[in-house]
Ligand binder design. Structure first.
Ligand code: A3P
Length: 883
């Protein structure tokens, strides 16, 4: 707790207490209280230049004006510049409201973070990684957890912050038992809590301002009466947000004029102890705190975590001609639409409403509304237009692509007849149907009929939370995330807005809608025809939003047509180009807009992931003998394996993948599976696999990585690979980094899959360990019945197949095979279980040394997982330690 005064009094108890504090404060001499007040502060100085311009990257964007720090901060080690910018957030609990609000802002801004519970004492997470700092910013949901850290942890954290130039953001949330006034332990800073405030203003000289535009004084009360203000006479503290006491509030201690403006957010410039901080005297529920918080993150991270000032907004009016009679636009509404569009163009360059039409419903309103339709068409050149479906039908209901295309042609015919421009390259599907989950027929028909290049949806990856919405590119069409602005077909009257009209105003004035634009560089909003008739809520909403944004932020609002907008989006977020497919049946909304002719049962229950040359084909073969297990159909192009998750096939989508599986006769007892041995060591597969098949079981087979490498080399020789034929095995594995690329490539294919623990760790990031089985490849080779028994147990397959009776050792082949009638056998083909000379001793020694650490890590991982250590690994470790 705060330390200066011992008496803890409930809030609002009262003047006498404050009077005593006042006396104590004065007796502290130079530590007396001084309020900040913008115009008359004794430490008022030349106004600092406002931080203008764009976000710069890296150190050049540095955090504002430089004053000599006390103590001087040593330069950052060069490694820091390469550190991934990650924010460390200390939260009170996994569910604390402020903690969740902090995380929500970071997530919406696409900033990486890591949360830790702040227990108050000890337990500081590791802050450095060798010589690199792990975090670029530290946030305390509860500032007191920081100031009251035990001496050791505090010293550790502060030293880290000074050495790596890392700042701290802290929130002080008063509660009813908070001291009314106290000094923050160890800082020349005083806090006065549980206050009611009014009339707020952003200090124009605060160095951290970036997105925030300093404002004139905004009259009116701040929400709640649990505000904390900060006071200090130390030049390290700079006020950021100021407010006055409400009239009913008793004065705060010190020579503070009654009407002084007091800081609810202060910036510590680091002059006290070399650490820069931003302290909030409340949580983030007050909208302006969110805005300042985003700036504080940018400032304290030297703009490494910083949002650009450009914001692109596109307002779609879906359902043109579709609205019900009595709710549609009339002539006067269209005139108002044009007037507002012109007004908005003065504030948002190029602003143009984007109208989505379904021609079938043209002239289906009242007489006045039909005249409204005609008025829209008369001014068609002043708007942008995009097609919906002709009859506003959901595309996923059209299984037949040509029927779908015919519907589109009707709408196109309508557009041509009425002179509607058709060259925007953008379309939206009614109810998002067919966009995600993908209905391939829609993408193809869009391209062939309309030449569509861009669409948008709210559904990828899911509708909620909205901050997770993302874009992707499929089949040449760029899919952008789409935002809702709270206006639906049925929200047509201001006074009947759900939850009251204040809800709409709150969303505009710092609430959800404001934050959407603040935190997303590109926003496509969905509105409806009915929002522009009736009370014209669409016009009210966007005009108010733009004005509010311009009043409080320095954002540069603008509008671009969909195709350049989409290009801009994927320039900003190139990592989103590639989609992450999910199971459509795991989200009810997705299931509802997915073709009824498709089923989620055609997905595998387990995967055999490799690595190559460990015996994966043998397992595949043996499992296929089981009556309850069904393998995928062989792929003609990739050596029978589908190789969906790791390569270009992934972009063909899940319909393509599911076509490799039969429809199971009984989805709960049948086990579909596929084996692609290239999955094991692929960077992308575990993440993609877990997104589509989160409950799938994963089987991997491990043999001695040295033998695996040699088997791969022999495999390449058998396939006539000139590199494998021209170089000995030893030359391949010991090639230097300057060796020819083809040799290096073969070397990698021999060695890299053998980094077993590294690859397994990646799988374990995405799948729980209980879903992963590690089969001993040595045992599989010598006693396959035992391996198959543990696989059946792991998968929970019934009936149990007794492989001791099913398999038979074939002396000629030298391997186990399927036992047939009359003592015959069916074995794997010539390419499995090849005959080739033993590995030379030099290579064996080289590889024993090469894989030593990887093998050691593997044995540690297995013991952590409680899994048995295979005999080959035990032997290898014994030999390598004695060698
Ligand atoms: P070699 O051909 O080098 O001996 P994969 O199917 O994962 O590519 O692995 C091929 C390896 O499986 C073979 O490598 C062989 O050692 C091993 N294997 C294990 N059991 C086998 C079996 N019953 N028949 C054939 N090969 C088997």
């Amino acid at each position: 707790m705060l330390k200066l005064w011992k008496v803890v009094r409930p809030a609002r108890q009262l003047e006498l207490h404050r009077l005593i504090l006042l006396l104590i404060a004065f007796s502290l001499g130079s530590m007396g209280f001084l309020a900040y007040y913008v115009s008359t502060s004794p430490k008022a100085k030349e106004p600092l230049p406002l931080p203008l311009g764009d976000c710069s990257s890296g150190a050049a964007g540095g955090p504002g004006p430089v004053r000599p720090p006390v103590p001087p901060r040593p330069p950052r080690p060069p490694e820091t510049a390469r550190t991934e910018p990650v924010v460390l957030v200390f939260v009170e609990s996994a569910y604390s409201q402020l903690g969740q609000e902090i995380v929500a802002v970071l997530e919406s801004s696409r900033f990486r973070y890591s949360t830790e519970l702040a227990p108050g004492r000890g337990d500081m997470p590791t802050l450095t990684d060798h010589t690199r700092g792990r975090y670029v910013l530290v946030i305390y949901e509860n500032l007191l957890k920081y100031v009251n850290l035990d001496a050791w942890s505090r010293e550790l954290l502060d030293r880290y912050c000074v050495e790596y130039g890392v700042g701290i953001i802290g929130f002080f949330r008063a509660h009813e038992h908070s001291l009314l006034s106290a000094q923050l332990k160890g800082f020349p800073l005083f806090l006065h809590s549980n206050l009611g405030l009014r009339d707020y203003q952003v200090n124009p000289t605060a160095p951290l301002l970036h997105l925030t535009r300093p404002s004139r004084l905004e009259p009116g009360p701040l929400p709640g009466d649990d505000w904390t203000i900060f006071q200090s006479n130390h030049s390290t503290y700079e006020p950021v947000l100021l407010a006055s006491l409400r009239l009913a509030e008793p004065p705060v201690p010190g020579p503070v004029p009654r009407r002084a403006r007091l800081p609810t957010v202060v910036q510590d410039l680091g002059l006290h102890d070399g650490i820069q901080r931003v302290l909030f005297g409340h949580g983030l529920s007050f909208w302006l705190h969110k805005l300042v918080f985003v700036d504080a993150v940018a400032y304290l991270t030297g703009k490494r975590l910083c949002l650009d000032l450009d914001r692109y907004i596109l307002v779609d009016i879906d359902d043109i001609f579709v609205g019900k009679e009595g709710t549609r636009m009339k002539v006067a509404d269209v005139e108002a639409l044009l007037t507002t569009q012109n007004k908005l163009r003065t504030l948002v360059p190029n602003f143009t409403f984007n109208l989505g039409f379904s021609g079938k419903f043209y002239h289906t309103g009242t007489e006045e509304e039909d005249a409204g339709d005609d008025m829209l068409l008369k001014h068609r050149q002043e708007f942008w237009w995009f097609p919906h479906m002709w009859s506003h039908m959901q595309p996923h209901l059209f299984h037949n692509r040509s029927v779908l295309a015919d519907q589109m042609r009707l709408n196109k015919q309508f557009a041509l007849e009425h002179g509607i421009p058709t060259d925007l390259g953008y379309a939206v599907a009614p109810h998002h149907s067919g966009v995600y989950p993908i209905h391939t027929q829609l993408y193809e028909a869009w391209k062939s009929v309309w030449g569509i290049q861009v669409t948008s949806t709210e559904e990828y990856p899911h509708l909620r939370p909205a901050r997770y919405r993302r874009g992707f590119i499929h089949n040449g069409i760029m899919v952008l995330p789409r935002q809702t602005c709270g206006l639906f077909t049925h929200t047509i009257f201001y006074n009947e807005y759900p939850g009251g009209s204040r809800e709409l105003d709150r969303s505009i004035r710092g609430g959800e809608l404001f934050l959407t634009v603040l935190l997303n560089p590109i926003s496509i909003f969905m509105t409806h025809l009915s929002n522009y008739g009736n009370d014209r809520l669409g016009l009210y909403t966007f005009e108010s939003l733009v004005r509010f944004l311009q009043c409080w932020t320095r954002l540069r609002l603008q509008t671009l047509p969909p195709v350049p907008l989409a290009r801009k989006y994927f320039d900003l977020f190139p990592q989103e180009r590639s989609p992450l497919w999910q199971n459509p049946c795991d989200d009810k909304r997705h299931k509802d807009i997915w073709s009824k002719e498709k089923t989620c049962d055609r997905l595998p229950k387990f995967l055999i992931v490799g690595p190559q040359k460990t015996g994966t084909t043998a397992i595949h073969f043996f499992l296929s003998l089981h009556p309850a297990v069904t393998s995928s159909f062989p792929s003609p192009s990739t050596f029978e394996e589908i190789q969906f998750f790791n390569g270009p096939n992934y972009h063909k989508g899940i319909d393509w993948y599911m076509d490799f599986f039969p429809v199971p006769s009984n989805a709960s007892t049948d086990f579909l599976f596929e084996k692609s041995a290239t999955y094991f060591d692929s960077e992308v597969v575990p993440r993609r696999g877990a997104a589509l098949l989160p409950r799938a079981k994963i089987i991997t087979v491990l043999t001695n990585p040295a033998d695996r490498a040699y088997s791969w080399y022999q495999h390449q020789r058998a396939h006539g690979d000139p590199v494998a034929l021209n170089y000995t095995f030893y030359q391949v594995i010991s090639a230097s980094s300057q060796a020819p690329p083809a040799l290096r490539s073969l070397q990698n294919r021999c060695l890299v899959p053998g980094y077993y623990s590294t690859h397994l760790q990646r799988w374990l990031t995405y799948y729980p360990s209980g879903q992963l089985l590690i089969v001993d490849g040595q045992e599989l080779r010598t006693n396959p019945a035992a391996s198959m028994e543990s696989i059946q147990k792991f998968l929970g397959i019934t009936p149990f197949l007794n492989y001791t009776r099913t398999l038979r050792f074939d002396e000629d082949k030298g391997f186990w095979c399927q036992g047939l009638e009359g003592g015959k056998t069916r074995c794997l083909g010539k390419s499995k279980g090849r005959k080739y000379p033993d590995m030379d001793a030099e290579s064996r020694l080289f590889l024993m040394d090469f894989f030593r650490n990887h093998n050691l890590e593997l044995s540690q991982l297995l013991s952590r997982l409680g899994q048995p250590v295979p005999s080959w690994l035990r032997e290898e470790l014994q030999h390598s330690s004695s060698g």
